[in-house]
Design a protein around this ligand. Structure first.
Ligand SMILES: [Zn+2]
Length: 315
């Protein structure tokens, strides 16, 4: 669409020289409102803004052009806030071009318990499969990262909050086992609200299953790198996400078992500032490093080089 005409029409008095590069800041918008307090003007402005063109950064409140956000790996160009990014986009940013061979792409969840709530599990799954290219909350596969072959699993929070049900557990277990057979490092990028309630006990069993597969992988002295991205909680954090030989996190990710509100209500204690953020966890020794999304590929290659050199020395 023609953004120039859209901006001229909707924000009177603001001359747009390069609208695609300089989106209106909140301040500019406020100034416009202050000059034009008529209700009618505000109404028409609201009507004419098409959805999905701009995104407001929750951290610095800047208005970011969506295309710019996409091209910047979903990182705010003003304050470096890391927005959620889809699993496929993330894989694309990490592996060598065309090297990713997806595993179990067709594996999909079934409603084993016949779960009924406000809406059924089946209707939720059907709607999500229609809306996205995902079959479940994780994509797994073997790929090249620099000179190394790795078994890579990437979760997607957009699919039922990245919750771990039977499919997430099974796909990750198969990935880890394939990594063990191939003698390859395993890298899992986790973002999740925890176990999938719709699958009850079957979800909880995935915690033990994935952890056991990782134990066999570790017995072969193969490295496992766990990367935590916002948000990462509960059953996922309490199983494979916290078992990395190396645990990395993106900046300012929220990471924990129970959420801060639950902890505060239960303990009645005042929580320290920055509680459950990557920075807080790094200070307290739970994670090993915080890595910016744009530096992740280069950093991972460096760690993989280091592990490979170590394995040669041991072998
Ligand atoms: Zn920002």
């Amino acid at each position: 669409m023609d953004t120039t005409s859209f901006l001229k029409k909707t924000i009177d008095g603001v001359t747009q020289v390069e609208p695609a590069l300089t989106p209106p800041t909140t301040d500019a918008a406020e100034t416009t409102f202050a000059k034009k307090p008529k209700l009618g003007t505000r109404k028409s402005r609201k009507r004419e803004i098409p959805e999905g063109l701009w995104t407001k950064c929750p951290s610095c409140e800047a208005m970011i052009f969506d295309k710019e956000l996409d091209e910047n790996l979903k990182i705010c160009p003003k304050c470096e806030h890391h927005f959620p990014i889809g699993a496929r986009e993330r894989i694309h940013s990490l592996v060598e071009t065309c090297s990713f061979e997806e595993m179990d792409a067709a594996m999909a969840s079934v409603d084993v318990l016949g779960f009924k709530g406000v809406s059924t599990y089946k209707s939720k799954l059907d709607a999500l499969k229609k809306k996205s290219t995902l079959k479940d909350a994780v994509i797994t596969g073997i790929s090249k990262m620099g000179a190394h072959t790795v078994a890579l699993g990437v979760m997607d929070f957009g699919f039922l909050g990245g919750s771990m049900g039977s499919v997430v557990g099974e796909k990750l277990t198969r990935l880890i086992e394939r990594g063990t057979e191939g003698g390859w490092p395993v890298i899992i990028i986790s973002t999740s609200g925890g176990a999938r309630m719709y699958e009850g006990m079957f979800s909880l069993m995935q915690m033990a299953k994935t952890s056991a597969a990782l134990a066999y992988h570790a017995q072969k002295k193969l490295p496992y790198i766990s990367i935590l991205v916002n948000p990462d909680y509960a059953g996922v954090m309490a199983s494979y996400a916290s078992l990395g030989d190396l645990i990395l996190a993106e900046p300012k990710a929220m990471i924990g078992f129970a959420g801060p509100r639950v902890i505060k209500d239960t303990t009645q204690a005042e929580l320290p500032p920055g509680f459950q953020t990557s920075e807080f966890l790094l200070d307290h020794g739970l994670i090993d490093a915080i890595v910016h999304r744009k530096e992740m590929k280069a950093q991972l290659e460096k760690y993989l080089d280091y592990f490979a050199a170590g394995q040669k020395n041991v072998g």
